[in-house]
Design a binder for this molecule. Structure first.
Ligand SMILES: C[S@@+](CC[C@H](N)C(=O)[O-])C[C@H]1O[C@@H](n2cnc3c(N)ncnc32)[C@H](O)[C@@H]1O
Length: 264
């Protein structure tokens, strides 16, 4: 596989290094369960996030990366199965689901075109009254700058790398209308911290902590990190907004609300 692929084709190798806020911690899983409690029927999972492979629902996980399915999905059982396919053109019947959920799924799609396409496909798949719960990676309205983050790291006060990587991504996205070409995150990190050993030592980061950002080298993918207001503006009339629910109190949880929608 060449480097010029979508990095999700290679992400399974570093998936064990993925931590909150990128991956849902226990409190976010509880919040997902609460959001979908009123619609316990057939459920669509966007991606193969193992923490959300609920065994107490009839669940189909849909992911367009065969390697993620093969290496990250915890396995099919009598009630849950994974299938390969696109969220935007799902090989699934209209109105066949009472619930759908995704963790950071909207961030894998462009804003607004990809968001519009996902909402349209979810409107097709969900029966009336069905719920869609999406944990967002929402850039704050007033976002810190890359310079602010570099200064923090130079003082050794950047905190856990996983949260720092998301803050850096959002600082970049804030200057580009929400969309960001994934390799720019790594390129910015390397350009602003040319002495990697030094910044790691200053902040107590390890080489393993940095692995997920290395994955971005040469990726063809784009991420979208719009603000919550931008995401809400893209919700079509086919859904009513129940709430942006809190997903907990972990690092950056305030930037990761769970958007709960109901199919009209
Ligand atoms: C759900 S998202 C975010 C990761 C999540 N926060 C986690 O902890 O697992 C990542 C997954 O979505 C898949 N994916 C991205 N875009 C997709 C699309 N348009 N259709 C289907 N799967 C997609 C990727 O292959 C990857 O497995």
């Amino acid at each position: 596989m060449t480097n010029a692929t979508n990095h999700w084709q290679r992400a399974h190798k570093s998936y064990k290094r993925f931590a909150a806020p990128w991956r849902p911690p226990a409190e976010a899983i509880t919040a997902f369960r609460r959001a979908l409690a009123p619609t316990p029927g057939r459920t669509l999972l966007l991606g193969v996030t193992p923490d959300l492979a609920f065994e107490d629902r009839d669940l189909v996980a849909l992911d367009n990366s065969a390697t993620m399915i093969a290496n990250v999905w915890p396995g099919d059982t009598a009630r849950r199965r994974a299938m390969e396919g696109s969220w935007l053109d799902a090989p699934l019947e209209a109105g066949g689901f009472q619930a759908a959920l995704g963790d950071g799924a909207l961030s894998c799609l462009s804003y607004p075109a990809g968001h519009d396409a996902l909402f349209a496909e979810m409107a097709r798949l969900l029966a009336p009254g069905g719920r869609l719960a999406l944990r967002l990676f929402a850039t704050p309205q007033e976002c810190e700058s890359v310079d602010d983050l570099v200064a923090l790291a130079e003082r050794g006060q950047a905190g856990p790398f996983s949260a720092f990587r998301m803050r850096l991504t959002m600082a970049l996205a804030a200057h580009s209308g929400g969309n960001i070409h994934v390799p720019l995150i790594l390129e910015t990190f390397e350009a602003r911290f040319p002495d990697r050993e030094r910044v790691l030592a200053l902040n107590g980061w390890t080489a393993e902590d940095i692995e997920p950002v290395e994955l971005y080298r040469g990726s063809s993918a784009w991420y979208a990190f719009p603000t919550l207001a931008q995401v809400l503006a893209a919700v079509p009339d086919s859904f009513s907004v129940i709430e942006p629910a809190s997903s907990g109190g972990y690092d950056l949880a305030e930037r990761c609300p769970i958007l709960v929608l109901e199919r009209r």
